[in-house]
Each structure stands twice: as structure tokens, then as C-alpha cells.
Design a protein around this ligand. Structure first.
Ligand code: CA
Length: 234
């Protein structure tokens, strides 16, 4: 699983606990301790799910939730609200702000993770699937194996992550910058031409064994996409 989760929480020990547990489940975790900080960050990039504390400095979790629902980019973003026991009476208000679920503190971490997975399974089935299939290509996230028409394809770790990232959103065109963020991470400085090098290697490996159509489409002046005819089978 490589779904990105943003934790917005001002209790640092809780953030650390959640980060530790979510990362060991294979999620990419980011965190913000203030509502306004989270809002700024969400305008730059949208994660796959947010764990949002109710009471926060800056902008409250409720207000942030409302604002996120009002923006087309985050209208559908899965949100789980974290509320303190004393606020439980207001849970109806919490749900009417558009949160997908809410969890009352103190909560059991395994239960929270189960809810995270359940919501992601509904919202983004390709994010939690172990096996991604598109056309004649099969990518197994657990064993890190890739096959094309049943034949094993050997990929380096970066090419594997690149293929996984592209296969999650068939048809969508990603700029080199978006691929850098999604595959290499936000805080890494790498030249955008590096993306071309790895896409080249990935292409070569995928198209090696047979004269099949190239599943990766180059969009001139924009970036790359995984061909739509290789759309995931449900
Ligand atoms: Ca709080």
C-alpha cells in the first residue's frame, strides 16, 4: 500500500503513535499540527485520506473539513475526524460537516487502521489492492513482482514504484514534477530529467519480451501517463 495519509493533530504523542503504526502498515504519512498549516499544505498537494482532529490551533478541524468539502479538488477526499470524548455529543455536527467517519479519543489504533482501510477500499480500491492488473501487466505489491503476459519482468526499486504509481491512475497524465513528488517524495531534490531516465528503463523492461504495445504514453510538453486501454480490471 502506498496511500498517502495526512494527520492533522496538535497532540504530538498521538501524531507519533499514529505515524508509527500507519507507516508500519505501509502508508506514506505526513503530519501538520495546525489547521491553517494543513490547509496551506492541502492546496499544494492532496493526500488519499486525512485524519483530522476536531480542536486545532489556527483553523478548527470542523471548519477545515467544511472548507475542504467546498473545494472541487478536495470535495471527495476521505476524512476521518478525531474527537475527544467530551465533544462526542457534537458528533452529528461533525458528520454534517462532511466527514466520512469519526473516531472518539482514546481509540484503539488497530480499529482506526481498520477504518482507514475500509474507507480507502471504498474510495480508492486500487490503493489497497495487493494486485494491480492492467491489460496484460500484473503488479504484486506484496511480493514486488511484475509480470507481463505471465512472464516475469525484472525492475529496479525505482522503476517498480514508478509503475505502481502510474498504474494507480490509468489514463491520467502526470508532469515530471508530480512523478517526482509521488515516486521519490517531496523533500528530495532530483533533476526532472531523472524521471525521463527511469521512465526509459521502465519502458525498456516492460516491452522487452514481445512486440506488445507500449503501455506508457509520452505526452509532449506535459509528462507521462499509463495508457487508458490498460485500465484496471475491477
Ligand atoms: Ca486537539
Amino acid at each position: 500500500m502506498s496511500a498517502r495519509i495526512l494527520i492533522v493533530e496538535d497532540e504530538e504523542p498521538l501524531t507519533l503513535l499514529l505515524r508509527y503504526n500507519l507507516e508500519s502498515e505501509g502508508f506514506d504519512v505526513e503530519s501538520a499540527a495546525r489547521g491553517d498549516e494543513a490547509e496551506t499544505r492541502l492546496k499544494e498537494s492532496v493526500p488519499d485520506l486525512i485524519l483530522l482532529d476536531w480542536m486545532l490551533p489556527g483553523i478548527s478541524g470542523i471548519e477545515l473539513c467544511r472548507r475542504l468539502r467546498a473545494r472541487p479538488e478536495t470535495e471527495q477526499l476521505p476524512i476521518i475526524m478525531l474527537t475527544a470524548r467530551s465533544e462526542e455529543g457534537e458528533r452529528v455536527r461533525g458528520l454534517s460537516t462532511g466527514a466520512d467517519d469519526y473516531v472518539v479519543k482514546p481509540f484503539s489504533v488497530p480499529e482506526l487502521i481498520a477504518r482507514v482501510k475500509a474507507i480507502l477500499r471504498r474510495a480508492k480500491p486500487e490503493m489497497v489492492a495487493t494486485l494491480l492488473r492492467a491489460g496484460d501487466i500484473e503488479l504484486d505489491r506484496e511480493t514486488h513482482r511484475v509480470r507481463r503476459s505471465g512472464r516475469e519482468i525484472h525492475l529496479g526499486p525505482t522503476e517498480f514504484r514508478l509503475l505502481e504509481f502510474l498504474m494507480q491512475s490509468p489514463g491520467r497524465v502526470f508532469s515530471r514534477e508530480q512523478l517526482l513528488d509521488g515516486v521519490w517524495g517531496h523533500d528530495v531534490y532530483i533533476d526532472e530529467r531523472t524521471v525521463d531516465v527511469h521512465v526509459g528503463r521502465l519502458r525498456k523492461a516492460l516491452n522487452k519480451h514481445r512486440r506488445a504495445s507500449d503501455p506508457i504514453r509520452t505526452v509532449r510538453g506535459v509528462g507521462y501517463a499509463f495508457n487508458e486501454e490498460f485500465r484496471l480490471r475491477a
